[in-house]
Structures are given as structure tokens and as C-alpha cells.
Design a protein around this ligand. Structure first.
Ligand SMILES: [Zn+2]
Length: 364
């Protein structure tokens, strides 16, 4: 914990010191074979199931594609390079998309096709066809409903949920995280003294608080498999198959998007292989890349190497370490979801910010 916050502070200092150095400098001095960009959602609509994370509009995303298309490579090129020593141009760019939201098919796919750019779509396989609901979407819908509540409805809802705002937090670490999230979401809390308590209670729910989440969804009437008037939150198997037939690569992103960092090696192997098998079954791909839900920087690389050796189905592994050094079978990614402040693409800025921290200072 202390180490993490020290590292965060050191990175913040690096960013304020070196953050304005032009991208070309970094590309020349510390080139990378590939810069993999990671998106979750692109949409022009306000989505009640996607309120907790930033996302770009179609136009903003297209600006990124236009910026990157000259350097864009396919997943196949990257796999050939990393695993079979084929050459790719320095500082190539690969587009990747996590979670398998319906917008991958309806919004992202047409833009990539228009510019003839490849993409890797990492799907959490239980969510295909909306067969299971995603904790984060349910939480987002509850927050969205809580935000829309009129002030006089708050007390009855709090009572129905049996929230005791005066009770000490059950899990102080989670409570701190909820406070941070509340701040980051800039939710309006001063119109009613207990609206804040409602948000905090919701934001401190964890994946394992199933009963509480069921209760919250029922009381707030947040329906997890229907996004307002839309029919689906996630892609269908048929859409995933079509993406694959059109030449895009489908990757696996866990069965139900549970955090995998603390799993024992057997449990980890089981989850990685199982979701890759589902992707193979849907698409017919012989090899399936895998991306860690929530990131897997805490997973030992020797353990991963063993899993890959035993399971040739699983190909490259994608993680969330920005431009940090890792073995060749791991592709770290830079998050590109934050919408730009200006009218043009903000990918160059995101890359400058990623390149200016010491963990990116190596040639790859
Ligand atoms: Zn994810």
C-alpha cells in the first residue's frame, strides 16, 4: 500500500516534469515494438449501465483511429512478431477493446472497417447474449437510479435498503475506495443529507455482496439485463462470430470478469483456458489471446508462462501495465477511454503521459 502510493507520487512527479516532452522524442529514444491501446466503450448515448467509467463518442474514437491508422497493425502481425520473430515497424499501434459491450459491434466495428484498421475484442464469455449480468453494470444502473431519485424518495429508499449511515464501515479499505470513487464521479450530494450515504453504500458493495446487490437492484428498480429501451448490453455470440469472420480477432477476458490476481495457479489456469475455449467454440479460432479482467500485474509471469506452455490454445496475454517491460508473451496496454478536452484526438497526450514515467524507459 505504502509502496503503491510512493510509486504513484513518483509517477506524478515524472508527469509534471517530463509530461510535455514531444511524443517523437520518446518514440526515438525508447521505442516500443507495439503500443496497444485499450478501450471499453465508445458511444454517443448516455448509458445507465456505463456511468462509472469514462468513454469516448464515435467522433472522438474515429479521431484516434485516423491518428493511428498509418501505424496500425493487425493482431496476427503482432503475434507473428512476438512469438515467431517476424518484423513489424517500430512503435506500431494495436487497437483493443475489453468486456464485449454491444457497442463493439454497433459503433466500433463500422469505424474500424471504414478505416481498414484491425481490432482485438476481449469478451467476458458469460456475458455473451446477456446470459449473465456484469456486477459493474448493475452498480452503474443503481447509481444512475439513485442519481435520478427525487429528494423525498431518498429516506424511504435508505430505510428499505436498511442502510445505517451512522454505522462504522464494515470494510475500511473498501469504504476509502468508495469515497475516492464518489469524488471522481462528481456526484451531486448536497441536495439531501442522506443521498451521500446512499451513494457510499452502493459504491462500497463488492462482487461477493450478491444479496445486497440484488436488494439494491430490486429497490432501485435497476434491471441488469435491459439497458432502458435497448435490448442488449453485451454482444451476442452471432455478432462475435461475425466480427471474427470479418477478420477481427476475438480474445477472452475471463468467464464472468472476476479479478484473477489472487487466484491460485490451478484456478487461474482453469479460468483462462475455459474462457479461451468458449471463444474457440464461437469463432473457430485456433489461438485465442487473453486479457486480464481488472488487470493482472500481480500475477507471476512464471506462472503465466507455464499455463501458456501447457495450453497452446492461449496465445498472447494482454495486461494493463501501460508501457512497462514484460516478457514477450505479455502485451501491456495504454488506456485510451478518457475523452479529449480539445476537439482532436488525445492519443498523443495519453502516450506522452505513459512514456514519461520511468517504467517506460526501455527499448522494446
Ligand atoms: Zn474488463
Amino acid at each position: 500500500m505504502i509502496l503503491t502510493s510512493l510509486k504513484q507520487r513518483a509517477n506524478a512527479i515524472s508527469r509534471s516534469t517530463f509530461g510535455n516532452i514531444p511524443l517523437e522524442f520518446w518514440q526515438r529514444v525508447f521505442p516500443k515494438d507495439v503500443i496497444a491501446l485499450c478501450y471499453h466503450m465508445v458511444s454517443d448515448e448516455v448509458l445507465s449501465h456505463f456511468q462509472l467509467l469514462p468513454f469516448k463518442t464515435a467522433e472522438q474514437f474515429e479521431a484516434d483511429v485516423v491518428f493511428a491508422r498509418k501505424s496500425a497493425i493487425t493482431y496476427g502481425q503482432l503475434a507473428d512478431h512476438r512469438l515467431r520473430n517476424q518484423r513489424i515497424p517500430r512503435n506500431s499501434i494495436l487497437f483493443t477493446f475489453d468486456d464485449g459491450f454491444a457497442e463493439c459491434f454497433t459503433v466500433i466495428r463500422p469505424i474500424l472497417k471504414k478505416h481498414q484498421v484491425d481490432g482485438v475484442f476481449f469478451v467476458a464469455t458469460d456475458f455473451l447474449d446477456d446470459a449473465a449480468s456484469f456486477f459493474e453494470c448493475r452498480l452503474s444502473m443503481c447509481i444512475s437510479r439513485a442519481r435520478a431519485l427525487e429528494a423525498e424518495r431518498i429516506d424511504p429508499i435508505i430505510n428499505e435498503l436498511r442502510i445505517d449511515a451512522a454505522a462504522p464501515a464494515r470494510n475500511p479499505e473498501r469504504h476509502r475506495a468508495a469515497l475516492d470513487r464518489l469524488k471522481a464521479l462528481r456526484l451531486q450530494t448536497d441536495d439531501h443529507p442522506r443521498r451521500r450515504a446512499l451513494y457510499l453504500w452502493l459504491l462500497s458493495l463488492g462482487v461477493d455482496d450478491r444479496r445486497e446487490m440484488e436488494r439494491a437492484c430490486a429497490v432501485l428498480q435497476a434491471y441488469p439485463t435491459k439497458a432502458n429501451d435497448r435490448s442488449s448490453i453485451f454482444m451476442s455470440r452471432a455478432q462475435v462470430k461475425q466480427l471474427s469472420m470479418e477478420g477481427f480477432t476475438i480474445g477472452a477476458h475471463g468467464l464472468n470478469h472476476r479479478r484473477l490476481e489472487n487466484r491460485d495457479p490451478e484456478g487461474l489456469e482453469h479460468e483462462i483456458v475455459s474462457c479461451c475455449e468458449v471463444v474457440r467454440e464461437v469463432t473457430g479460432q485456433e489461438r485465442v489471446p487473453f486479457a486480464f479482467p481488472y488487470g493482472g500485474l500481480g500475477v507471476k509471469r512464471e506462472v503465466l508462462a507455464d499455463i501458456l506452455r501447457r495450453n497452446p490454445l492461449v496465445e498472447l496475454v494482454f495486461d494493463s501495465g501501460s508501457l512497462r517491460r514484460d516478457p514477450r508473451f505479455v502485451v501491456n496496454r495504454v488506456f485510451a477511454d478518457d475523452p479529449p478536452l480539445e476537439a482532436s484526438t488525445n492519443v498523443p497526450t495519453a502516450l506522452q503521459q505513459s512514456w514519461c514515467i520511468p517504467s517506460a524507459w526501455h527499448r522494446a
